[in-house]
Design a protein around this ligand. Structure first.
Ligand SMILES: [Zn+2]
Length: 432
């Protein structure tokens, strides 16, 4: 797609925002062009658009509600492909008829039936359990979807390679994955949630260690058999399990959550997690609660219920926004400067501060934990991969935001061109 064609395609998206329903198709919404792989009969995270013209394979990247909207027990528009954990989750949570759900193996190219020979490889996305990146390889065979754009390559023998990121937290493991390393990618469909230099937050591994260390220090401060510290971690959907596991292991305790949540956790086929779960709130020194309950006033009454076992409570509220970036990470700064500034900074338990309303008995900590890539990670990922075009899939509703994102994508392209051998040194295997 040329730049002009791409602008037309985005304009089409803007126009259909105002006329969302298609007449005579059961009130179906028009699928934006980026929901359908160019020239392939494949849609990704596009269930809300119903039976999309020409689509024979519907992919789901992970089991978060904004990605599976309209996938339910009444789904009948075609086969749904996803990872095994995501398959367990949608069958359990959404009662999708298992006859439609096709779990695929990880890291193994698999040819998808009725797609003209397209093969897909699922790669761990580093987002929530079961989440994956999808690498598609194959020819363009069809004008599918609702867009007026017609690719000139349909019917040609040219092979295309598209990487769909779903939601992801980019890591050096992605760019060194054999399916991605040194492979020219025609399109990257990118999770651009934090494609803005104001979104600089620390690596997950550092944040997880900080939470575990802080919990350990607080618990050790006033430990006696009569007075234990309860640690509460807030989550509202699947995800953030890594914090829970690390804190429970640091405190050598079990994890309590309600039976509904426990059943969802058991869908994740994570033996380590399964072994930690208990149905007894007094046995679990870590409780998993909805995020809304992790506030000083609510935790005060919550811990009262377990008086005699727990005398104080520490709450962790994981969000992506509680971190103030180091000064100077703005748009006028050179990309290499942003990278070295970010890499020069480490996050420890000392950086976790109790909220203003905290008291000795009830302490709540905002945790800058995100399962989406930071601006640094998007930048390192983009500079380390070989791509022709990046298509944003998040924050695309406003033209102003799209223009700003496009400018960063251009800067990444220029950076790649400037030094084809320029490789960013990751700090560990897990993060840059
Ligand atoms: Zn998600």
């Amino acid at each position: 797609m040329t730049s002009r064609k791409e602008i037309e395609a985005w304009n089409e998206v803007d126009a259909t925002e105002n006329i969302p329903k298609l007449p005579g198709q059961g009130g179906r919404r028009r699928a934006p062009f980026y929901k359908v792989l160019q020239g392939m009969p494949i849609a990704v995270d596009a269930f809300r658009y119903g039976a999309i013209p020409g689509i024979t394979a519907y992919f789901l990247t992970h089991a978060h509600s904004d990605h599976y909207t309209s996938l339910s027990s009444s789904w009948k528009n075609g086969p749904v492909y996803c990872s095994e954990v995501t398959a367990n989750l949608v069958i359990h949570m959404l009662s999708v008829d298992p006859k439609w759900v096709h779990p695929l193996p990880m890291d193994t190219p698999t040819v998808i039936p009725d797609t003209g020979g397209v093969a897909v490889t699922l790669i761990e996305a580093n987002h929530c359990p079961g989440s994956c990146l999808l690498l598609f390889e194959g020819p363009q065979t069809v004008h599918a979807g609702d867009s007026a754009f017609k690719s000139p390559f349909v019917g040609s023998s040219k092979m295309f390679r598209y990487l769909h990121c779903g939601d992801f937290r980019a890591s050096p493991r992605h760019v060194s994955h054999p399916a991605i390393k040194r492979k020219p990618l025609d399109h990257i469909y990118m999770d651009t949630t934090y494609l803005n230099p104001k979104y600089i937050f620390p690596p997950q591994a550092q944040v997880i260690d900080a939470c575990a260390e802080l919990a350990k220090r607080i618990a050790a401060g006033k430990f006696s058999p009569q007075a234990r510290t309860l640690v509460v971690v807030g989550t509202y959907s699947i995800g953030k399990e890594r914090i829970v596991k690390a804190v429970a292991q640091a405190l050598q305790t079990k994890v309590y959550c309600d039976p509904r949540k426990a059943a969802i956790l058991r869908c994740q086929s994570d033996q380590q997690l399964d072994d930690l779960i208990t149905s007894d709130p007094l046995e679990g020194g870590v409780h998993l609660l909805p995020l809304g309950l992790v506030a000083s006033d609510k935790l005060e009454s919550y811990v009262q219920r377990f008086k005699g076992t727990f005398s104080r409570v520490v709450g962790f509220r994981p969000t992506g926004w509680t971190f103030t970036p180091p000064p100077g990470s703005n748009s006028s700064v050179a990309i290499q400067t942003i990278i070295s500034r970010c890499q020069g900074y480490s996050f420890t338990y000392n950086d976790l501060r109790p909220s203003q309303k905290s008291s000795y008995d009830v302490q709540v900590f905002g945790v800058p934990y995100s399962e989406h890539s930071s601006f640094l990670e998007l930048t390192c990922f983009a500079i380390s991969c070989d791509w022709a075009k990046i298509i944003p899939t998040v924050n695309v509703e406003h033209k102003g935001t799209r223009v700003k994102m496009a400018q960063w994508i251009e800067r990444w392209a220029a950076e790649k061109k400037r030094g084809s051998t320029y490789v960013i040194q990751p700090r560990t295997d897990d993060y840059w």
